[in-house]
Design a protein around this ligand. Structure first.
Ligand code: ADP
Ligand code: SR1
Ligand code: MG
Ligand code: MG
Ligand code: MG
Length: 406
């Protein structure tokens, strides 16, 4: 089928020919609404008029960036990687991924389960919801998907095949290279709110900091550790008190272990800052700190558990090392992943301040003075992360940085 951008009427015509979708809805009369709120794509909710419980999501990529418009061309190939990543992650941990009913690379679209009882986590965090199971859930998902797509588990040829399947996602990798590591740290036309801003001037002249960011950008560009989601901020998690689901993996590629962990940590930092400056809710801030500590600590423990259980390793050939040396190696390995994640968190948190893609809990603060206070706090924390990431020892040091920053 030739590509055509759908709208809320043609979406319904399209699905008439898709058996898996039609057998889900039966004979019901259907309605489609565009509900997308992301930066890149169009998302339709297709629902039954007869049974309001019955609904599916159709997400379609367009050959441009939705939030800017047709003048910012971006190939719709990104949907191929989203489909592949949904399938791969589903094969490792189905309960964290919406079920896919249909996908079409030629139409750049996917039809998936509608998560009706979940909310976007960023919004839940703004509303001060305590997701008590989250650290357990996300640490399991991340430890499993990162471990089982790495060379600690895959054979050499399987790993290279995985890289071939994902690392041609060049446009979205380049977008992150530009937006996460470069433009937000210099004078650039895409930046926002930086005119006459003393913090922006200081940031753009901070060569010591920029050297650290460059080190991390280099890792992002060259280190093929495991299959990443690639954009795992709190807007890519849909959640309720019982379940967490990961959506929107169009930035997926085989990259450094610490990147997704860092992105998630940074977005928790933005929520922490919001509740420090705007809601000033100490109890909720403490819950955020506890969640950060738990998800990072549990991730490390679970990743090491998967490693101990795993029989095969392309990296470690049987009989190569004695037990004590192997344990020491693993300990250092996971500590280095943790350190990189703190570095990546510094980049991700800081880029949301002046970069084009802001986050609601900071850029959405309507009071200008409060917003400036929140931005300064994010930058201070990000700088501490970046200047200390190579020597940081444990999660408590992250909490100390956050507590001391106020
Ligand atoms: P983009 O790539 O444009 O960021 P997303 O995949 O993040 O698109 O989807 C945009 C929005 O659509 C999400 O923030 C969420 O509100 C909604 N959405 C996406 N997938 C689902 C789903 N499976 N169930 C319910 N809502 C969804
Ligand atoms: C210009 S928008 C690009 C950003 O949105 C995505 O969700 C990624 O975070 C990306 O950096
Ligand atoms: Mg999104
Ligand atoms: Mg489910
Ligand atoms: Mg997206």
């Amino acid at each position: 089928m030739n590509y055509k951008k759908l709208d809320k009427l043609t979406v319904l015509e399209y699905i008439l020919d898709v058996n898996s979708v039609m057998s889900y809805f039966g004979e019901d009369e259907l309605q489609a609404d565009e509900i997308g709120d992301g930066n890149l794509n169009f998302v339709y909710k297709i629902s039954s008029l007869k049974d309001t419980q019955k609904a599916l999501i159709l997400k379609q990529a367009v050959p441009y960036l939705r939030c800017v418009g047709e003048e910012f061309a971006l190939s719709r190939e990104r949907m191929n990687y989203e489909i592949r990543a949904l399938q791969k992650f589903y094969s490792i941990f189905p309960s964290f991924i919406p079920k896919v009913y249909h996908s079409s690379e030629s139409m750049s679209l996917v039809v998936m389960e509608y998560l009706d009882s979940h909310v976007i986590m960023r919004k839940g965090l703004l509303d001060k919801v305590e997701y008590k199971k989250f650290s357990e859930q996300i640490s399991t998902f991340m430890a499993a998907t990162l471990f089982y797509t790495s060379s600690l588990h895959l054979s050499s040829s399987e790993k290279r095949a995985l890289i071939d399947r994902f690392n041609s996602n060049v446009e979205l990798c380049k977008l992150s290279e530009d937006l996460v590591f470069s433009f937000a740290f210099m004078e650039h036309e895409t930046n926002i709110n930086m005119e006459d801003d003393e913090n922006a001037k200081r940031l753009f002249l901070d060569m010591e900091l920029k050297e650290r960011i460059l080190e991390l950008k280099y890792k992002f560009m060259t280190q093929n550790d495991a299959l990443l989601h690639g954009d795992l901020h709190t807007g890519s998690i849909m959640i309720n008190e019982k379940e967490a689901c990961v959506i929107d993996p169009e930035f997926a590629f085989v990259g450094p272990f610490g990147f997704d962990l860092g992105v998630l940590l940074a977005n928790f930092v933005s929520s922490y800052v919001y509740h420090s400056v705007v809601s000033r809710d100490d109890e909720y801030r403490e819950w955020i700190l506890l969640s950060i500590k738990e998800f990072l600590a549990k991730f490390q423990a679970k990743f090491l558990d998967f490693w101990s259980e795993s029989k095969n390793s392309a990296l470690l050939v049987d009989g190569y090392m004695d037990k004590a040396a192997l344990e020491a190696y693993k300990k250092k390995f996971i500590r280095d992943v943790f350190r990189d994640s703190v570095g990546f968190a510094g980049c991700e948190a800081a880029r949301r301040v002046y970069g084009v893609a802001g986050v609601e809990e900071i850029r959405g603060i309507s009071d200008k003075l409060l917003r400036a206070e929140a931005e300064a706090l994010v930058l201070k924390i990000a700088r501490e992360f970046l200047m200390n990431y190579k020597t940081i020892q444990n999660c408590d040091e992250i909490l100390e940085i956050l507590r001391d920053a106020r």
